[in-house]
Design a protein. Structure first.
Length: 176
């Protein structure tokens, strides 16, 4: 069977699922003196997700850890749905497929750790960040140049939009 070209995988993407710690953030979790967690997000990643939304590509957050910070930031990102405290990401992936009426080959998933591997193995476009564990990088179709929490998400958003021929349309308002 011939190998599927990367651009063919990307052209099918209708839904992007993002892990949080290590992907949308650099993986650090900081606790304040009251025990609340703090996370650092890259502003360019947020714009990338907003551009996806503008192009009609939905974004979802799926994370193993629950955090109020993630819910708050998801509103800024124009995220379609947030799945937190996912102990079985594969089960959640199946639920997402049904709810959003997408096939596995129409999904891009970006992950970085062992818990992400079952979904990465099934996603049509599996993406890893360079700071991911070896096993995840080994099964990814694409490894970002930028690190998690440092523009990796924006890199993937731009890649999808450019490959699908939607880039010029979504940036037209900035090209005046």
């Amino acid at each position: 069977m011939p190998a599927v070209d990367l651009s063919d995988r990307i052209k099918k993407v209708r839904l992007v699922i993002f892990d949080v710690d290590g992907v949308l953030t650099d993986g650090r979790i900081v606790y304040d003196s009251k025990g609340r967690d703090l996370k650092f997000f890259d502003v360019t990643d947020g714009l990338g997700m907003a551009l996806l939304h503008k192009a009609g590509i939905d974004s979802i957050i799926m994370t193993a850890k629950a955090s109020k910070v993630v819910s708050r930031r998801a509103k800024d990102f124009k995220i379609k749905a947030v799945y937190q405290d996912c102990s079985d990401k594969l089960q959640t992936f199946h639920e997402i497929q049904v709810k959003f009426k997408v096939k596995p080959e129409e999904v891009c998933f970006i992950g970085d750790d062992l818990v992400d591997m079952p979904v990465l193995k099934r996603a049509g476009f599996a993406v890893s960040v360079p700071n991911a564990v070896d096993e995840v990088r080994g099964i990814a179709h694409y490894i970002t140049k930028k690190a998690g929490g440092r523009g990796a998400v924006r890199e993937v958003c731009d890649l999808i939009l450019k490959t699908q021929g939607k880039w010029q349309e979504v940036i037209a308002r900035y090209n005046r």
